[in-house]
Each structure stands twice: as C-alpha cells, then as structure tokens.
Design a protein around this ligand. Sequence first.
Ligand code: HEC
Ligand code: HEC
Length: 332
Amino acid sequence: MKYMNIKRYLVTFIACTLSVAALALEKSDFVRPDQIPFPTDNPYSVQKAALGKMLFFEPRLSRNRNMTCATCHNPSFGWEDSTKTAVGAQNTNLGRHSPTVLNAAWGDLFFWDGRASSLEEQAAGPIESNVEMNLPIEQAVSRLKEISAYQQWFADVFGAEGITANNIKKAIATFERTVVTGQAPFDDWVEGQEAALTEQEQLGFELFIGKAQCANCHTGWNFTDNMFHDIGLSGDDVGRYGITKQEKDRFAFKTPSLRNISQRAPYMHDGRFTTLQQVIVHYMSAGINRPTRSDLMEPFALTTDEISALEAFMLTLTGEDQPVTLPTLPLF
Ligand code: HEC
Ligand code: HEC
C-alpha cells in the first residue's frame, strides 16, 4: 500500500511536469490482470462456481421464497439495481444503494463501510438480515437439505461435509469472483490500439489522471484504491465511522470501481446522482469542506467540452460482457 501511494504521488508529480511520459506510465498502471485471484482456503472449481451461481439466483434462500441475491445485484443493471436505495423484505428501505458485485474478486473490505473482510463473510449477511432475505442461515441449510439435487451438488463439491452454512458462503463467494467485467475499449487502448479511443475520450483520460484528480482514488485497472474517503457529500450516514469509531472516518465510504459505470446508475452510496454529469459537477465543487473531507478533494474548473470529455472517457470503461445465462434450479 505504501509503495502504491508513493508511486501515485510520483506519477502525479511527473504528470504536472511532463505529461506525455506520465501518460505512458499511467497507461501501464491500468493493465487488466489476466487471472482472477482466488483465496487458498476457498480455491476455484468449475462445479463450485456453478453451485454458487445457483445459490445466487435461489429464491428459497429468502424467508418468503421471493428474493434472491440477484434481486438487488441484477446482471441487467451492472450487477446492482436501479433503485436509489435497495428495497428488502417487507418492502423495507435499506438506506443504501446496492453496490455492484462486478470485480469483487479484487475487493479488500466489503460493504460501503467495509464491515465485512471477505466475500465469504459477506454472503451470510443478506440471507440472515431481517430487512433483506430474512432467513436464519440454519434454516437455509435445512431448506437446501430437503432438495436431493442440492445434496448431490454439495457432496460433489465439498465431499462428506455436504450442506453447511460455511459451504453455502464458499460457493456463493466463488461464483461472485467469476463475475468480472469484460474487455472494454479502454483496455484495447491500454494494450496499444491507439484508435480504440477517440481524441475526446483520450482527453477525458488525461483530465481523469490530471486536472480532475480522479485517479487519486479511482486507480489501477479496477479504478479503485479499495479505501474509504469522505468526498464531501451531504447526509446523515456516517459511513466507515460507524464501524471504526475513528473521527477521521466520519462520512467516509468505499471508493467504488468505475468499470461498467454506464450500466450502474444511480450513483453513490445513496444513489443521489442519476447522471455522470451530476457526479462530475459535484467533484468540481469538491463538496462540503469539513475536517473529515479527504485531502485528495480539491475544487477545480472544467469547460463544458472538458466535462463531456471526462464523461466520454468513463463510458469507455464498459466491457463487452457475455450475456448472463440463468441457472436451472432443482425442484427436488
Ligand atoms: C434487498 C437487496 C439486497 C439483497 C437481496 C442482497 N443484497 Fe447484497 N447488498 C445490498 C446493499 C444495499 C448492499 C450495501 C450495504 C451496505 O454497504 O451497508 C449490499 C452489499 C453487497 C456486497 C458488497 C459489495 C462491495 O463492493 O462492498 C456483496 C458482495 C453483496 N451485497 C452480495 C450479496 C449476496 C451474495 C446476496 C445474496 C446472498 C445479496 N448480496 C443479497 C443489497 C442486497
Ligand atoms: C478522494 C477520493 C476520490 C476522488 C478524488 C474521486 N473519487 Fe469518485 N468516489 C470516491 C468515493 C469514496 C466514492 C463513493 C462515495 C459515496 O458513495 O459516498 C466515489 C464515487 C464515485 C462515482 C459513483 C460510483 C458508483 O458506483 O456509485 C463516480 C462515477 C465517481 N466517483 C467518479 C469520479 C470522478 C469522475 C472523479 C474525478 C472528477 C472522482 N470520482 C474523484 C472517491 C473519490
């Protein structure tokens, strides 16, 4: 992490003095990885991912058998949903916008406030939460045990352990790690196809890493530093402070990836912005100036053309994703 920060400041410094060289350097910092990282205590297998996919789309994991992970993490909306803040069981409003599960394999801490430290840990949360799927995990286990096809699947994947709460979480986490954004025009450009981005889009990238300072936080191939920042938005949600109780974390939220951002409106932890233009206008003002606001937030001015260029650049981050097929779920 330290190394990354030093590198980032160096890059910013060079960018100010020598923009062409800096651009080449920056490009190489955005190269797609060629492998998905899987943890050693929950390695990948084709079957485990297939089982996890079934569970992700499994309504019987919710008390009223009417809600799945995909209700709120819908592949049609970039693996999140189109409501400002998610709506859970009994139509309860969850108060926060559903984040995407795209590229979660590269995540570090999960939830807007980082309260889960792995996808495995995260997965039980929504099943059990009374405002989400509202089903105690032990009941989820016994429901699945009544379905003989699931007994077979779990036996094939996990051996004698079979259906347990932990194995449900492991299978779901494995599937989630396979949800990765496809090759985008930006990736083609990074890999050397100059014509993959228009001049306007390239100007947008220069602004992104330069004057607009977006890459201070949205860095690396997944366009996130996986850290928490107060970006000066209004509202009562204290974000990361609720978990750490450290004053510096008040109003800080996790930096989201910008991959496939065009499919993922509305934006921010409370879905307050419906367009990328509104997002850019917020950053130009740097939001509310208060002690907790990140030092990386500073007001800046863009012309109308530059705003369009920055937006055009962000649209080049949408990958050519394969259509998502729905799993067939066993009845018995
Ligand atoms: C009712 C809507 C809803 C359902 C159902 C739901 N989620 Fe979520 N999910 C959310 C919301 C809202 C958040 C953010 C909550 C927060 O940060 O406090 C979230 C956060 C997450 C995150 C963290 C992403 C990140 O980048 O930090 C993951 C992963 C996730 N959910 C996976 C799942 C899985 C797996 C299921 C099914 C077992 C599921 N969700 C069911 C709404 C939902
Ligand atoms: C200080 C770090 C920081 C800087 C600088 C920054 N961002 Fe962000 N960005 C964040 C954080 C943190 C969030 C989530 C904030 C929230 O929801 O409260 C976010 C959210 C977003 C979102 C919404 C993503 C989503 O999934 O809802 C977009 C789009 C975005 N930023 C684009 C930009 C652009 C464009 C710039 C440059 C003009 C920029 N950001 C500069 C940290 C930063």
